[in-house]
Structures are given as structure tokens and as C-alpha cells.
Design a protein around this ligand. Sequence first.
Ligand code: AHM
Ligand code: MG
Length: 344
Amino acid sequence: MDHHQDRLALPVGTTLDRFIMRKQEDFPYATGELSQLLRDIALAAKIVNREINRSGLIDVTGAYGQQNVQGEEQQKLDVIANIRFIRALRNGGEVCTVISEEEEDMIQTGKNQGKYVVAIDPLDGSSNIDVNVSIGTIFSIYRRQSPIGQEGTQEDCLQKGVHQVAAGYIIYGSSTMLVYTTGAGVNGFTYEASLGEFFLSHPNITTPQSGSIYSINEGSANSFSEGVKQFVQYCKDQNFSARYIGSLVADFHRNLLKGGIYIYPATAKSPKGKLRLMYECNALAFIVEQAGGKASNGTKRLLEMEPTSLHERCPFYIGSTDLVDKAEEFLTKESSAVPVDEQA
Ligand code: AHM
Ligand code: MG
């Protein structure tokens, strides 16, 4: 094709499916199951995106009328997204067991030949659904440890974040994007609704070493620990911008691209932090590290945390390496300080 023709009909770019296939060719012994699994997730994401986009028009907004395992009010779209992703994973056949923020117990897909286990938050930030603010889906993929041919076990599901083979998120924002890693960098794809495809739009995402955005719910500042208070004061002293959407995926995505730090610390209301290790923190920690950033529980690398239960929560510090280092510095000083009532 000559140059003129190329200008008349610009190439549409690389689709997610083609990108996944090309990556698979980099691994000579790959069987294609992980690729298929990623495509299953992308299909469910398109369906959920459709429901979200027309949510003011059809009866999917508002509360479902039940609470999830954590006693939180479920939104209708929480339930819909949960059904859609689990159905896609079950039909795909690569996954033996799913754990979901919306379900108390492990979900056995009945596909006992499946090599993988998935942890998913089907719709995060759901309090933002009804007000048309960005929401997201977060997922982690692990290789099962138990022998193939039987149901997945609790041990298969409760692996440390370092054992993830892939992780990603979908952001349903001003545009819809899917961002994922398989441990060889991070790539982002934007959804082209008229073609029904995700296209590679953000190849090889790297996060700035430092940044000037801090994201934390300062409404809880009275119950922050001294170290967190001091770090927030440090951000103000540096004239950083405060940005907090209250939708983790959106806050994370912005900071990933621009540089910054997101914090959900322990507070009086949530003594262990609010976010869940298995459904929210591990996936984003894997992605941020692959993009050159850092994630911590305040004192330790998040991906090294040993999970003990499916729905456990942990304090979360994630973003540009310099800022997470700085936050850890304040927190370490705090933990080595002698409590006031024990001082001589
Ligand atoms: P959810 O999983 O129930 O949607 O809650 C998680 C959300 C995150 O998206 C967000 O960062 C955080 O909760 C906001 O919490 P808060 O309103 O306490 O600041
Ligand atoms: Mg969530």
C-alpha cells in the first residue's frame, strides 16, 4: 500500500487479542491457556462496560438490597459484574477456582483441569456508580499449586502476591481501559466501542520515580497515626496536589501515569486499613512494581505479605518509589519512637 492510501485509511492499531498472541510467541512452551484466560476477562469487561455505560437508562443503579461478606451494601452493578466475570471464567475452562470480593467462599468452576486461580474485585469503587464517576475491576492470576484434576484449594487461593503470573485492572472512566502485566512490563489498551475491541494505546507503561500528587482520604486524618500525619504534612510542605476520587483504580491509574502516591492507612474506622490484600492490593502492587514503582504495607514490601484469609485487609501505600520510600521513612520512625506514656 502506498503512502497516500495509508493516509486515507489509517491503520487501527494492535488489538488486545493480537498483542496477547504475539506475547505468547515469546514463550516457546506456552500452551496458550493464560492467553485465553486474559481474553475471557477482556470479554467480560466489555459486557460490564456496556452495562455501566447505559446504567442511567436501565435498572442497574442503586442498591441490590443485600450486604456482601464484609457487611457492605452491595450495588446492583456489583452483583452484575460479579456474575459476568465468574461466568466468563467458568466458561473459559482455564480456571479451577475463583475468589471474589463479593463472595464469602471460594467459587469452584467445575473445571478441575484448569491450571489457574483468579482473585477478583469485579467492581471497585461502587459507591461512585450512581454519580457517574470512574469505577474499576481488579484481578490477579495465580498458577494452582494442587494437582490438576481436582478442585482448587484454599492454599491455591492464598498465595503471596509475588506468585502472581498476571494481574490487571479495567478502568471504566472517560474512556475504558484495560491495563495488565504478565511480569514483563505493563501495557494499556483503550476500548474502541464501535469496533468492540481494546487497542494498544499505552505500550510499556513506566511510572515516574517521583511525583507531586498525594491521594488519601483526609476526612479520617484525626485517626491517622503520627507517621501518616507527618507524611501528609510533608506532602503539604512540598506543595503537592491532593487528588482523591475515592475509586481506587482511578486514583491509582492517574498516579501511575503522572507520578504520586496513594495511601489507605489504618484508621479508627478501619484498624487494618480498608482495602483487601487478595482482591485489590496485590494486583496493583504487581503492576506498580512492573512499571518501576513501589507498594508497601507501610513497613514491608506488599507482595511479600503472607495472606491468612480470603478477605483480609491491609494498610496500603503505593505509587512512585521516592514517595513510598519517604512514607516508609516516617512510619519507621514512628514505630521506633518510644510511646509517650512509656517515656521517663
Ligand atoms: P469497595 O471495594 O467497597 O468499592 O471499596 C473500595 C474503595 C476504593 O475504590 C477506594 O479507594 C476506597 O474504597 C475509598 O474509601 P473511603 O471512602 O473510605 O476513602
Ligand atoms: Mg473493592
